[in-house]
Ligand binder design. Structure first.
Ligand SMILES: Nc1ncnc2c1ncn2[C@@H]1O[C@H](COP(=O)(O)OP(=O)(O)OP(=O)(O)O)[C@@H](O)[C@H]1O
Ligand SMILES: Nc1ncnc2c1ncn2[C@@H]1O[C@H](COP(=O)(O)OP(=O)(O)OP(=O)(O)O)[C@@H](O)[C@H]1O
Ligand SMILES: [Mg+2]
Ligand SMILES: [Mg+2]
Lengths: 153, 168, 168, 153
């Protein structure tokens, strides 16, 4: 219904601004708006972010890493509103530099108290945040096997 | 609801029965290029009801069945089973269990396609009912494929709205 | 032909005059997310004659001019100059030099757009002439943007053919 | 002309097979074919690779890393045929695992004798192969500067 959509929108909008400050740090600006407030049932949703120190005029000019971090902000903002029990992320950290991976992983750690996360990664820092590690190998050519890797923690 | 474990056999590069447990918290999946990591994500999208082979990086549904390798012949059937716990009791009772259910999807080369809940044949809509209101439908933001993270931001306002509908 | 250096001013996040030398061999460019690395690639595509702002991640050509920052006002002009050496002598002679040429592209907010070779006004087709037969046209495989490497393989046979035409 | 296209095609096809063996190692299969040999002026070009040990039926099933490596094979196959003086690669190594980065970098080193390469990367191994390193920073917010980083080699 229109009402529940509007409430959902308001709650996610607030989360989006909060998480943006954590993931991007500092003084940037962010917002989520409706393209047509008069028609709640059909309106689109638009995202706007301006990284700290910049005067961004157009979201398409964001860098690869900034776009990935913005997507993470949206994902976590929705999660805070209504955590789905399970989340599967495939190399979402590939475009990120070390500083952003650090910020991303610390939020991931928080969110993992509310839901199960599976993340495919090639990055050492992301592996270190995991509670459990699985290795996928093809010792026999063309045949995948999964082995559980015990931590030496 | 919690994901307890995934059992894959004959699906893409997982020709032998493979069991993956899902503990609480964060599970990292690592391995060389081409070893089969993203195929696990495809197995999850498939068991959640994905009907379009292109969304599973194939051109037709037969592409999800193990096609063979250097030393193995191709399979004729692909099975994926997902075991869920902490399910809503009334839902579990409907399928004769207490708080755990097992969802299975089977696909044969001859086109035979079947769904099961706790080994009882069912329809896709029964599987969708189990995931109703969890945000895990096929338009879910909770499953982000490789290379698709930037698409989330470049999507049209109408496409972004669909995520909000799923979460409402 | 060799690329000797690139001079950028007022182009995207490079508000101050910036000179980048290109030695022989491999040059690695590193830096934090959003610091301006891919903007250098955009500057190169632009000086090679790119006309479509979308290919430079903008929606209109004004997006390539420095828009301002926390402490700076926006610019009104974007300049990019590329200095080339080891040019074909007859081509260099046409522009009054021996074996080195300087190509400049200028763009103002009021829409004034100009091209220069060795500080003499010229047309885009003169710039294209310098790069003729080097494989550096706008459909060149030699410039691979961020995230576009997979698109090379998923392109249609007609699109892949265009690379072969460029190399013929 | 039709003839020069056909010669170009044959030469790149041969390079493609050679470079595929180096970048993918071992026994896989690769090929480049024309969609319509009867009409050289309009035909499309199709790429086929089958990584070692696999029985690939469809290129769309390749993994992210396998697709990036296949693109690198095509790039270098064209380079061998007609090296363009300059090549600019933006984070082409992002989807690659360590073994593939190693193979990619060793070919890059060879090719850099014929042309100038600029490669944007976040990967330590790729930085080590470079002859020159530039850092791009935004010490002043929103304003990019380039600094040359001297090697301690
Ligand atoms: N039906 C099938 N039968 C056999 N093998 C298959 C099938 N479908 C896909 N594959 C194989 O799976 C491999 C791709 O696996 P996947 O995409 O999961 O790799 P990955 O571990 O994610 O690698 P990367 O790190 O490069 O992303 C391909 O090499 C392909 O040959
Ligand atoms: N016209 C402009 N004026 C001012 N800044 C601009 C302009 N166009 C783009 N930018 C800024 O440039 C930044 C993006 O730079 P770029 O894409 O080069 O980053 P990058 O170093 O490649 O980062 P990543 O490692 O994430 O790919 C954006 O933050 C954007 O605000
Ligand atoms: Mg993958
Ligand atoms: Mg970039």
């Amino acid at each position: 219904t229109a009402e529940s959509f509007y409430d959902t929108f308001q709650s996610i909008k607030k989360n989006f601004k909060d998480i943006f400050k954590i993931l991007f740090g500092g003084e940037g600006r962010s917002d989520i708006t409706l393209t047509d407030e008069g028609d709640i049932l059909n309106t689109g949703v638009e995202i706007f972010v301006q990284p700290p120190g910049k005067r961004l005029q157009n979201m398409t000019l964001l860098s690869g890493g900034e776009k990935a971090m913005t997507a993470a902000v949206l994902l976590f903002a929705m999660f805070l509103h209504k955590p789905s029990p399970f989340c599967f992320l495939d190399e979402i950290d590939a475009p990120l530099d070390d500083a952003n991976i650090g910020r991303f992983c610390s939020i991931l750690k928080d969110m993992s108290k509310k839901a199960q996360f599976v993340i495919i990664t090639h990055n050492q820092k992301t592996m270190e945040v995991a509670d459990q590690l699985y290795g996928v190998t093809m010792q026999e050519p063309g045949v995948s096997k999964v082995i559980s890797v015990k931590f030496e923690n | 609801m919690k994901f307890k474990k995934l059992i894959i056999q004959g699906f893409k590069s997982f020709v032998d029965k493979t069991v993956i447990e899902f503990p609480d918290g964060i599970t990292a999946v690592v391995g060389p290029n081409g070893s089969g990591k993203s195929n696990i994500l495809d197995a999850i999208r498939w068991i959640l009801g994905e009907q379009n082979p292109k969304e599973l990086r194939g051109s037709n549904m037969d592409d999800i069945i193990f096609a063979g390798s250097e030393n193995r012949k191709g399979s004729n059937i692909a099975f994926v089973t997902l075991v869920l716990t902490d399910i809503d009791e009334s839902l579990a009772a409907k399928w004769g269990s207490f708080s755990e259910v097992e969802i299975t999807r089977k696909y044969c080369r001859d086109g035979d396609r079947e769904y099961f809940i706790n080994n009882k044949r069912c329809k896709l809509k029964d599987i969708r009912e189990i995931f109703y209101d969890t945000g895990l439908g096929s338009k879910s933001i909770s499953i982000i494929e490789q290379g698709k993270v930037e698409k989330l931001i470049s999507a049209t306002p109408e496409e972004i709205r669909q995520f909000f509908d799923e979460a409402a």
